[in-house]
Write a protein that binds this ligand. Sequence first.
Ligand code: URA
Length: 286
Amino acid sequence: MGWTDRQQRMLGAMGLRLWAPAPAAEPAGAPSAEAVLADVVHVSPVVAPALAPAPAAPHRSAARPTAPVGAAQAVAAALPQRPNAPEGEREAAIAAMDWPALREAVAACQACALCQGRTQTVFGVGHIQAHWMIVGEAPGENEDLQGEPFVGAAGQLLDAMLRALKLSRLEGSSAAQVYIANTLKCRPPRNRNPQPDELAQCEPYLKRQIALVQPKVILAMGKFAIQQLLGTDEAVGRLRGRVHQYQGVPVVVTYHPAYLLRQLSEKAKAWDDLKLAQRVYEKAIS
Ligand code: URA
């Protein structure tokens, strides 16, 4: 079977060696898809320059809308942060928030013990009306330092995967720039797995992010994103290959990029998942 040029580029960007004709040459000066992946695999840890929260970058203005700061802080301060707040009260308050209020509420959150160890919260990045939304697990060390999701090695693989789909976290229209968020907004100590109470406390934030973005397709990466969105702890391998739903939005599940860095052989499956997501997206906009 032959691959289209586009498919070959996608495979190459994901580090899959081609048995069919070699991918079209990249323009002079541009790194090849395989070189991109090699960088991903051999990446050194990203070192953040400072422990202070990252300033808003111009290209991320969509992810950091100018906030009426006073109002947003007031909303955040009024939010019941106690885990034992009357049932539904906190969720309802979050469900009514706009972007600035939500960002402030996350930054001020003390709903679980993870707030004690964080450098800063990691809210999300990308186009606030993105057609594609990527949901990951939790910030790691680099994300905690820089305040942005997926900035370490797994993030570089994610960026390569996005590039293969002609998507970016950095810039573009709502069709070309994705929105990336995690299930947890604070780093778990020593990158341990998220705990059920932490996922439960953070869930309303992700739910509101999705409601505000209104994506046409969600790519859920890894066990915890899948658990949070689909309410199941079935293995990724058993959930792949079909389309799920979250609040009326189609969800395609795939392996977490950190897992793909350890299990390079699984990248072919991730490629299939991306192709499925692409088909779902194309159907949604047709
Ligand atoms: N892994 C995730 O799931 N999210 C991040 O932000 C970083 C690594």
